[in-house]
Write a protein that binds this ligand. Structure first.
Ligand code: GTQ
Length: 350
């Protein structure tokens, strides 16, 4: 077990200290203080045309109410059984059918939803409903009551992004169900958007919590911002056009543990190779392209289409290649890593 089998006195020493719950750092220090970030996750693509039939099938065998949340977790191939898409991130695709309710609960984990298909469903956050359309971003910050319902006529699917592994790391995982399926509605739909989404703030509304008070970012607004950005300047060589969804109170990430982004890439755009310590999950909105992840013989090609989802774990070198004008959503743990002072990036010239 030692790194140095020629020294039996070490082995004998380890055996004696073992019973005292002691271990020698020098046998593991190189693993703990590695030269490169060690992510257990691997890059992976979930094609929507393969996942969607399973999602719809799940709708035939269990109701949203019975399931509490009817979600197929996007489990990283190298982290099976751990409900992780990357080391620090959970992602899943949630299905809700017309007339269904996913009952109210709250938990320490923060969640975001990015709408993939359908209309007519809502997420209620602390007593206010946000009706959702494809491309909308909805936030349910830590400990906010939330339930989902569907008043439309077709299946509705969204991407759930949660900080489950981060909260797990701190041993702070807990939550509770509400006494009723649905949390009482206290404010009409649109209140939150009007109050916090118009670049004005009540003078006595000071930031109380480290979450964006705005819990809905409609696609018709964010997409327009992206389109105007594309029309007004050159793309960033590493990111194309990349906008962060911000907390209007401070311009920072929407929630402490989860950052969200909208990406625009014009046809034939190829990003310069980039590395970042954050883990990223992408949802393709429109267009098509390839993302080359890794280097040399280990490089894999992620060839994406609308509604596909893929993960790029931290520190994998990657480049995006847009084959058509493309729009993507992503979420990551960037804000979390930046708060901890461990976030790094590397911008390659070629
Ligand atoms: O919709 O509240 O994918 O609590 C995992 C846990 C969704 C939700 C998930 C959750 C939810």
């Amino acid at each position: 077990m030692t790194q140095n089998p020629s020294r039996p006195e070490l082995e004998e020493f380890y055996q004696r200290i073992d019973g005292h719950e002691l271990a020698p750092l020098w046998e593991v220090i190189h693993k703990l203080l590695a030269r490169q970030p060690i992510t257990r996750a691997v890059p992976h693509l979930w094609r929507y045309r393969e996942v969607r039939p399973f999602l719809l099938e799940s709708g035939e065998i269990i109701s949203a109410k019975e399931a509490e949340r009817r979600v197929l977790i996007l489990e990283n191939p190298n982290l099976r059984g751990e409900a992780k898409t990357a080391d620090s991130l959970y992602a899943g695709l949630q299905l809700i059918l017309p007339g269904e309710i996913a009952p109210a609960h709250r938990h320490t984990q923060s969640a975001l939803r990015f709408i993939v298909e359908g209309e007519g469903a809502y997420t209620a956050v602390d007593g206010e409903r946000a009706y959702m359309n494809p491309g909308d971003l909805i936030l349910t910050p830590s400990w906010s009551w939330h339930d989902h319902g569907h008043e439309g006529s077709d299946p509705m699917v969204w991407l759930d992004g949660l900080d489950i592994p981060q909260v797990q790391f701190f041993g702070s995982t807990f939550g509770e169900g509400y006494d009723a399926d649905v949390f009482e509605t206290t404010l009409p739909p649109g209140t939150n958007q009007a109050r916090f989404g118009a670049n004005v703030r009540a003078v006595d509304d000071l930031p109380e919590k480290p979450f964006s008070p705005l819990f809905t970012y409609p696609f018709n607004e964010t997409n327009q911002a992206l389109e105007k950005l594309i029309q007004s300047r050159e793309p960033n060589p590493w990111h194309g056009y990349k906008m962060e969804y911000q907390n209007p109170m401070n311009g920072g990430p929407v929630m402490p543990t989860l950052s969200a982004f909208l990406h625009g890439m014009q046809k034939k755009f190829i990003s310069r190779p980039y590395q970042t310590t954050e883990h990223q999950v992408f949802s393709v909105i429109r267009g098509s392209g390839k993302t080359m992840v890794g280097e040399g013989k280990d490089q894999i090609e992620i060839s994406w289409q609308p509604k596909d989802h893929f993960v790029i774990p931290g520190w994998y070198r990657y480049t995006h290649q847009a084959e058509a004008d493309s729009t993507l959503f992503s979420f990551s743990d960037q804000g979390s890593q930046q708060k901890l002072g461990i976030w790094r990036e590397k911008k390659h010239e070629i």
